[in-house]
Design a binder for this molecule. Structure first.
Ligand code: F0G
Length: 403
């Protein structure tokens, strides 16, 4: 018997066979048909990771899994930054701990496993950097040919070096991520290529395990989850994860989902502010957080639904606020994240200022990617460093110690 079914979010058509897009070109949702009733006890017997939740993942057999050991990331209790913000309970889920340093690995372990089940020999994605790094790694693991389409000059160095070393074919375009994704969507008819952007429903299934893990790590769901938003797949996936926990009676409530975008790339926040059910794309998105430099997010409909139906919220933050939050998280908690990830901490500050969250609520911020992904942004903004003769170094330390 089939494990799951696909349903188009645009026209409602359902499919029992695997495909990436609906025949109307709409995005597809995965729903599970009669999962076992003892989910909890099955899960408890496995270590925390993406594949702990096999029963609610769309892979037919454990033997087709392509894995690098993704998920099981640490949920840090952040007392010092919590105190700084006057919060009772703040946690940061550090997705930088994944094999290629971002949450994308959760989606790619599932997506590339599906590509293998499908019999694909080549995979492709458009990316602001992390998706390409992750896809390149999983494609290498599975022995698939990999193509990545990237916006020239806008991909952080760490991510690019990953795509290179994992052996992806890299094609830069003179244009934005939104244009790169349009190029990839235009190739949907080419059956030699398996598309692994977040238009692929199976990738989001992997990413929803962030919600399952938070639930397992806290022992219940938090009050608020704050997520940086770019192409809007991740906030949609995490919301789906919480909704499934509710559907299978593992929780009665779900957290309020908060999306954070950079001021120069905030179509979802703009729609939310105006109470709209659709977005107006932004032509030339710009932000220091290149991972979320996206003007026309493909998952906008799901993201707005996640925000509205969880009674959530959306805020935008400036580049300066992002860089400040990045520094704060590193210096108060020892957690180094890339700028897009720090948007969740910067967004939390805004939520407190706008009194959208209470200081005694239980809050989880998602830190989506590792700080070493984008070293340039740090060194570019570095204050002058000290260079001295070696014989003078101890004197300088002494002076700094007492200052
Ligand atoms: N944070 C990081 C570090 C990301 O790389 C991304 C997306 C996001 C947040 C936003 O997630 O798109 O699901 O809303 N990066 C994609 C990429 C676009 O190509 O790597 P989203």
């Amino acid at each position: 018997m089939a494990k799951y079914r696909l349903k188009c979010i645009e026209c409602g058509l359902t499919y029992d066979d695997d495909r990436v897009l609906c025949s109307c070109n709409g995005l597809l949702d995965v729903s599970y048909l009669n999962p076992p009733s003892d989910l909890r006890s099955r899960w408890m017997g496995r270590r925390i990771s993406v594949w702990r939740y096999f029963e609610l993942l769309p892979v037919k057999s454990m033997s087709s899994i392509v894995s690098l050991g993704e998920g099981g990331t640490i949920l840090y209790r952040c007392g010092r930054i919590g105190e700084y913000f006057g919060l009772r309970e703040l946690h940061v889920k550090n997705e930088g701990g994944n094999p290629t340093g971002s949450f994308k690995d959760r989606g790619m372990t599932v997506g590339v496993s599906k590509a293998v089940e499908h019999g694909a020999s080549a995979v492709i994605c458009a990316s602001t950097g992390n998706t390409s790094a992750s896809l390149a790694a999983y494609a290498a693991r599975a022995g698939l040919k990999c193509f990545v389409i990237l916006p020239h000059g806008k991909v952080a160095l760490g991510k690019l070096s990953q795509a290179v070393i994992y052996g992806a074919n890299i094609i830069f375009i003179k244009g934005s991520f939104d244009e790169a994704l349009k190029v990839v969507r235009g190739m949907a008819e080419d059956h030699r290529l398996y598309i692994l952007n977040s238009i692929n429903p199976f990738r989001l299934e992997g990413q929803k395990t962030i919600a399952y893990e938070i639930y397992d790590q806290l022992g219940s769901v938090p009050d608020v989850v704050v997520v940086p938003v770019g192409n809007a797949g991740n906030i949609s996936a995490i919301f789906k994860g919480f909704m499934e926990l509710k559907q299978y009676r593992l929780t009665e409530s779900i957290p309020r989902m908060v999306g954070v975008q950079a001021e120069g790339a905030s179509p979802i926040v703009n729609a939310f502010r105006r109470g709209l059910r659709h977005i107006e794309p932004i032509e030339n998105p710009e932000t220091v957080a290149t991972a979320i430099r996206i003007g026309n997010p493909v998952n906008w409909r799901r993201a707005l639904n996640a925000i509205y139906s969880s009674n959530g919220y959306a805020v935008s933050v400036s580049d300066m606020e992002i860089l400040e939050a990045q520094k704060l998280l590193a210096r108060l908690e020892g957690i180094f994240v890339e700028p897009a990830s720090a948007a969740s901490i910067a967004g939390l500050k805004k939520l407190l200022e706008e009194k959208v969250v209470d200081r005694d609520e239980r809050i989880v911020c998602i830190a989506t990617g590792h700080g070493l992904k984008d070293p340039d942004v740090i060194t570019r903004n570095m204050n002058s460093t000290i260079v001295v003769e070696s014989k003078d170094a101890s004197k300088v330390v002494g002076k700094l110690l007492t200052s």
